[in-house]
Design a protein around this ligand. Structure first.
Ligand SMILES: [Zn+2]
Length: 50
């Protein structure tokens, strides 16, 4: 999937995970399932919202 970059990085010193969308949007949550759910659902609004 070229052009689609979703990253999840752990934030040292905390229990939180930071999800980063290819558009630059970020989402911080303590539950990796929550982060991935947001990342996978988030792109739905990219084209429609603009
Ligand atoms: Zn995005």
């Amino acid at each position: 999937m070229a052009g689609t970059t979703l990253r999840v990085v752990w934030t040292p010193g905390t229990d939180d995970l930071l999800g980063i969308c290819h558009c630059g949007a970020e989402y911080l949550a303590g539950d990796p399932i929550d982060v991935w759910s947001w990342l996978l659902a988030h792109p739905d609004g990219h084209e429609a919202a603009r």
